[in-house]
Design a protein around this ligand. Structure first.
Ligand code: PMP
Ligand code: GLU
Length: 399
């Protein structure tokens, strides 16, 4: 056996990607899987964006670009933040990377020293804790539950912050819970953060995917005093159905951005040249597709929440944003599967649903929950109805 580096033993493969791959494989084998696993819009990338990338290729945009991303894209990102949140960043304050995941990775690598604490409200997106570990950090989770709509209380944050806290991760709307902080809640959190000196990573990748008129607020716009210690993370994957293009970005203090850019210069270099041209069109062009996509997601959310709550043993909150529901399945624990196995964990339930109902969903453990399963409703209404019916039938068979 090859002796691998210790850091490889610190982390697990991404469960979201693993389950999505498993569902894809079963489908390819001809099994009729209803797939709620993938955290990606099922819509196609808008034509205007594809056309911009094709045009870039035709014009010969096939070479290395500036490591930090092409200037027009970085400028377009600063314009977007000026337009949407009234924030003024310079293009030097922006680093474009190969997806927001890569942005988060680069920034964590740039700011974490061994033993630094990374405070993460839980449930959290699976990659936060492993990225913190890879950077030598110590993840420190703040558990939240349904009673607060999966929102952390300011006092809980206050209690978690210590002199060793280097970074606090915020994600609103949240993957996997869909929870969002409103203006007052975010302000109260900002007031706690103002008393400490830690950095803040605000992962705003779902900031355009909110429902029922929910008003998204930006931490830096709300609390300018935090600007020098906040890194905003965003990308085009979710808002423009561009998951495969791999373009994300970070905006923040010039020294952090420069250090993250140095790491990028010694690892991936620039993100793909013509994908940047597509992202530029996505951000600068007409924004007509987004409201259509969000309206469609809203219908699906309403349908999945109501169908899930009709299944005995499952209880599902209605999220304000993103495209996930995170139902509680402890009502199914202790029951016996058709194969005679007692369900005891979210993993057991997800396995049972895959085997018995041919429904793929992601168990909560790697999101920090021992009680929930994540369903992405970035899939058709027909599939949502079909999948929930199958879950209902499979649950009815439990002994
Ligand atoms: N942050 C969150 C909360 C996510 O859910 C994801 C992935 N879906 C990302 C960041 C990374 O997205 P990407 O790398 O596709 O830009
Ligand atoms: N972030 C999406 C998800 O949570 C895509 C997969 C991943 O990168 O985790 O499913």
């Amino acid at each position: 056996m090859t002796q691998l580096a210790d850091r490889t033993k610190l982390i697990k493969p991404s469960v979201t990607l693993a389950i999505a791959a498993k569902a894809g494989k079963l489908r390819a084998e001809g099994i009729d899987i209803v797939n709620f696993s993938a955290g990606e819009p099922d819509f196609d990338t808008p034509e205007r964006i594809k056309a911009a990338a094709v045009e870039a290729l035709r014009k010969g945009m096939t070479k290395y670009t500036d490591v930090k991303g092409i200037e027009p894209l970085r400028e377009a990102i600063t314009e977007k933040y000026r337009r949407e949140y009234g924030l003024s960043y310079r293009k030097e304050d922006v680093l474009v990377s190969c997806g927001a995941k890569h942005s988060l990775y680069n920034v964590l690598q740039a700011v974490i020293n061994p033993g630094d604490e990374v405070v993460i409200p839980s449930p959290y997106w699976v990659s936060y804790s492993d990225m913190a570990l890879l950077a030598g950090g110590v993840p420190k989770l703040i558990p939240t539950g349904e009673a607060t709509g999966f929102r952390m209380k300011p006092a809980e944050l206050d209690a978690a912050l210590t002199p060793r806290t280097r970074v606090v991760m915020l994600n609103s709307p949240c993957n996997p819970t869909g929870a969002c902080y409103d203006r007052d809640e975010l302000l109260a959190i900002a007031q706690v953060l103002e008393k400490h000196s830690c950095l803040i990573l605000a992962d705003d990748i779902y900031d355009k995917i909110v429902y029922d008129g929910f008003a998204v607020h930006n931490l830096v716009a709300l609390c300018p005093g935090l600007r020098d210690r906040t890194i905003l993370i965003n990308g085009v994957s979710k808002s423009y159905a561009m998951t495969g293009w791999r373009i994300g970005y970070a905006l923040g203090p010039a020294d952090v951005i420069a250090a993250a850019g140095k790491i990028q210069s010694q690892s991936t270099s620039n993100p793909t040249s013509f994908a940047q041209a597509g992202a530029l069109e996505a951000i600068r062009g007409p924004q007509d597709e987004l409201p259509i996509m969000v309206r469609e997601f809203a219908k699906r959310r309403d349908t999945i929440v109501s169908l899930m709550n009709g299944i005995p043993g499952i209880h599902c909150l209605k999220p304000q944003g993103a495209f996930y529901v995170f139902p509680n399945v402890i009502g199914l624990f202790g029951k016996k599967s058709t194969a005679g196995k007692q369900l005891q964990t979210p993993c057991d339930v997800a396995d049972y649903l895959l085997e018995e109902a041919k429904v793929a969903a992601v168990p909560g453990e790697d999101f920090g929950s021992q009680e929930h399963i994540r369903f992405s409703y970035a899939t058709s209404l027909e599939d949502i109805e079909k999948g929930c019916k199958r879950i209902q039938e499979a649950v009815a068979k439990l002994g």
